[in-house]
Design a protein around this ligand. Structure first.
Ligand SMILES: Cc1cc2nc3c(=O)[nH]c(=O)nc-3n(C[C@H](O)[C@H](O)[C@H](O)COP(=O)(O)O)c2cc1C
Length: 243
């Protein structure tokens, strides 16, 4: 308050200053005014886009269905959000086995910035901390090993830590298991995780939208993940009744 008084009343200083700027602006020609308006609109749009831009973490673990994880990364990048990625050691193995390509090649293809892809053993990476404010964390596919670790509060890698951080911070956490059948141990772990606030979103594509190929089956699950994050998409056709 003392500093405020020392600086004087801001209105006394600011009002004549604003009037002067208005005078200068009015004395300029149309060309200058239009150019200034265009610059202001661009700045306004950039600020709005920065406000709308969200930050997500996608983790791929060693469950079957790694393509769901790859396509989730692709979909989030296409929407233009800031994306961070962790792939577990077994996640990398399964990606290569199931897609025929190592994750490094997927990174090139998806144009994923390497500085936003973290080693699973790096517990000092930004997503390990609650101060790194993520708008959502998705583990897709989520192995029963990873579900069990998170359910027990154990941090053996960055994926476990990031998931537990989402829960403690009350931020959206989506776990997409693929496993079938589920043992009582798995069911109890998943129940505990749902009770703690995670969304359990099994990789179970539907058939009521009459999928014509594998892409449509995959997109259905990825679309459900984006739905859960309240992100608009056209990955599947929404149900509009029986006709
Ligand atoms: C080809 C392959 C497919 C697998 N599929 C599954 C699966 O669908 N669900 C699952 O829970 N584990 C699956 N596993 C086992 C996991 O990879 C294993 O439990 C591993 O420890 C998971 O480690 P992570 O959770 O750190 O990724 C699979 C393993 C291999 C090699």
């Amino acid at each position: 308050m003392k500093g405020f008084q020392a600086a004087g009343d801001p209105f006394v200083v600011f009002v004549p200053f604003a009037v002067k700027i208005q005078e200068i602006y009015r004395s300029t020609d149309n060309l200058f005014q239009n150019a200034l308006a265009a610059i202001l609109l661009t700045v306004q749009e950039k600020v709005r886009n920065a406000e709308l831009k969200k930050k997500y973490l996608v983790c791929i673990t060693g469950a079957s269905g790694s393509i769901y994880g790859i396509r989730t990364i692709k979909a989030l990048l296409e929407v233009g959000h800031e994306l961070h990625v962790v792939v577990s050691a077994w996640g990398s193995q399964v990606i290569e086995r199931e897609t025929g390509k190592p994750f490094a090649l997927w990174m090139d293809e998806l144009k994923l910035p390497p500085k936003r892809v973290y080693a699973p053993e790096d517990l000092s990476a930004p997503p390990a901390s609650g101060s790194f404010r993520l708008d959502g964390t998705v583990v897709v596919p989520c192995s029963m090993n990873t579900a069990g670790a998170i359910a027990s509060g154990v941090c053996l890698n960055l994926i476990h830590r990031a998931a537990l951080t989402s829960l403690k911070e009350g931020r959206p956490l989506i776990l997409a298991p693929r496993e079938t059948p589920l043992s009582l141990v798995d069911l109890r772990n998943l129940t505990g995780l749902a009770e703690a606030g995670a969304a359990i979103l099994p990789c179970s594509p539907a058939f009521y939208h009459a999928p014509q190929n594998m892409d449509e089956l995959i997109n259905f699950v990825v679309g459900k993940i984006l739905d859960r994050l309240s992100i608009e998409h056209n990955l599947y056709t929404r149900w509009e009744g029986l006709q």
